[in-house]
Design a protein around this ligand. Structure first.
Ligand SMILES: Cc1cc2nc3c(=O)[nH]c(=O)nc-3n(C[C@H](O)[C@H](O)[C@H](O)COP(=O)(O)OP(=O)(O)OC[C@H]3O[C@@H](n4cnc5c(N)ncnc54)[C@H](O)[C@@H]3O)c2cc1C
Length: 433
């Protein structure tokens, strides 16, 4: 294929070698954006590209979700959620002490004044999501795999639960997000396959979805390779310093991979590498579960958010994905697929024709900061070191924007938004654990 003049120019090499650690949706977007800036880019991952959280997520381009996870009423709801074995939150109690520093900061982030500010700062990224994704999707030949702005419907089991959500909906509206209230009949007109067991809904108009999240990572990754990018299998454990700066990634097999510039984009596993680079950060994980089943006779035409129970149903290329919820349990404990089964059972209440036959269960590690904002940041210590992780529930949605912003930071250009809210050292009291 003949390259356009603009593309040839943008790929002109600048003689600098950039290493991106992590081949999830965030890492591949960064790698592509750095190629555009003329860097010679190598992605390192200890496994196959796209097999982390980016593999099996719900596939939502959730541009309407600026409300953080820690909300003013969240703490009050926790006891009730924990009492319900099928509820939206579960905890591995043995992990809880290790998570305390994260939990304390999570609670602090739930005050009304913090929530108002955080929502605005998340909205800044979400409002750019389509603008930044569209060119990446088009260039990678993925346009047919993305449903743009078809909307997602949140359903509420009672008028009372809709009233409980009013603050969050109002917060979203005040941040420019288009939301339309729907009566029960309007919901059923849009989604006739769902059971009439809820009282109303809202339509998040700008929301979109992908046909298969894994396909998107792999497509962008393949485009990166086609443009001359390199991939190496490497489990990065530390860094080699020269003249006070990190200059090479050290791997578990003792190899050293040199770079001029490094970006840590290891999702939920980024904490130890950030600490090695002198930037301790209170990153943890919210584990999530889902089940993907063939369509059989079930019909769904857009994402459905079950607001009371904290899970979603997404129509994908190969079936319907049912899941979500949060399990606080760290990176090591084995999955408890009873969670996936419980969410599937709730999904079947909403979509009675769901059929578990031929289904697959999955668990993924959301990379979560206590304030629900990602880290998109230059290192305060090293001029050649950058961080991009902590996208929580919105990593698929924010990945192209993260790539764009990190590439500006790396190239020394002025990013189009104020980057202060996303800096790595915003929890300056945190010294690591
Ligand atoms: C159930 C669930 C549903 C979700 N639904 C949505 C949704 O609808 N919309 C949305 O926007 N987001 C959603 N998310 C969130 C989204 O999946 C994540 O935020 C996103 O995938 C994070 O991408 P990432 O590239 O940062 O991390 P990952 O995809 O986890 O990639 C990190 C990579 O780093 C590699 N790595 C780690 N440590 C090292 C090391 N030391 N050396 C080398 N490589 C290393 C890993 O092998 C992995 O490949 C969901 C998440 C879950 C769990």
């Amino acid at each position: 294929m003949t390259k356009s003049r603009a593309e040839t120019q943008s790929q002109k090499k600048n003689g600098q070698k950039a290493v991106v650690i992590g081949a999830g949706i965030v890492g591949v977007n960064i790698a592509l954006a750095l190629q555009d800036k003329g860097y010679d880019v190598t992605i390192l991952d200890r496994g196959e590209p796209g097999m982390g959280a980016s593999f099996g997520n719900a596939g939502g381009i959730a541009v309407s979700k600026c409300a953080p996870i820690a909300m003013p009423g969240t703490l009050m709801n926790v006891p009730g959620w924990l009492m319900d074995p099928l509820g939206p939150l579960s905890v591995r109690w043995s992990y809880l002490p290790k998570m305390l520093p994260w939990l304390l900061r999570f609670v602090a982030a739930s005050s009304k004044s913090r929530v108002e500010q955080i929502a605005t700062e998340i909205a800044v990224l979400l409002n750019r999501a389509w603008e930044d994704y569209d060119p990446v999707i088009a260039r990678a030949g993925l346009s047919d795999a993305v449903f743009k702005k078809e909307g997602a419907i949140a359903v509420y089991r009672s008028e009372a639960s809709r009233r409980d959500a009013e603050y969050e909906i109002d917060l979203n509206r005040r941040n420019g997000i288009k939301i339309r209230d729907l009566t029960k009949d309007e919901v059923l007109d849009l989604e006739p396959g769902i059971a009439p067991i809820f009282s109303c809904g809202v339509l998040d108009e700008d929301w979109g979805r992908v046909l298969d999240p894994y396909k998107i990572v792999k497509g962008i990754y393949q485009h990166f390779l086609d443009r001359g990018g390199e991939f190496k299998t490497a489990d990065v454990t530390d860094f080699v310093y020269r003249d006070g700066k990190p200059r090479a990634a050290m791997t578990s097999t003792g190899d050293q991979i040199t770079f001029d510039v490094v970006v840590v984009a290891c999702g939920a596993w980024s904490k130890s590498l950030a600490k090695r680079l002198g930037s301790p950060v209170p990153l943890d994980t919210e584990r999530g579960y889902n089940t993907t089943v063939p369509y059989h006779d079930a019909k769904l035409s857009r994402m459905l958010i079950c607001a009371d129970d904290g899970f979603v149903l997404t129509p994908l290329e190969h079936g319907i994905r049912v899941g979500g919820a949060v399990e606080l349990g760290g990176l090591v404990a084995a999955p408890n697929y009873e969670r996936a089964k419980a969410l599937f059972a709730k999904g079947k209440e909403i979509l009675p024709k769901l059929n578990a036959e031929g289904g697959t269960e999955w668990m993924g590690f959301r990379p979560s900061m206590p304030d629900s904002k990602p880290v998109i940041s230059k290192s305060p210590r090293h001029s050649n070191t950058f961080f991009a992780f902590g996208h929580g529930h919105l990593g698929l949605t924010m990945a192209a924007t993260t790539g764009r912003l990190i590439s500006d930071l790396v190239a020394g250009n002025q990013p189009p938004v104020d980057m202060t809210p996303y800096r790595i050292n915003r929890f300056s009291d945190f010294t690591g654990f």
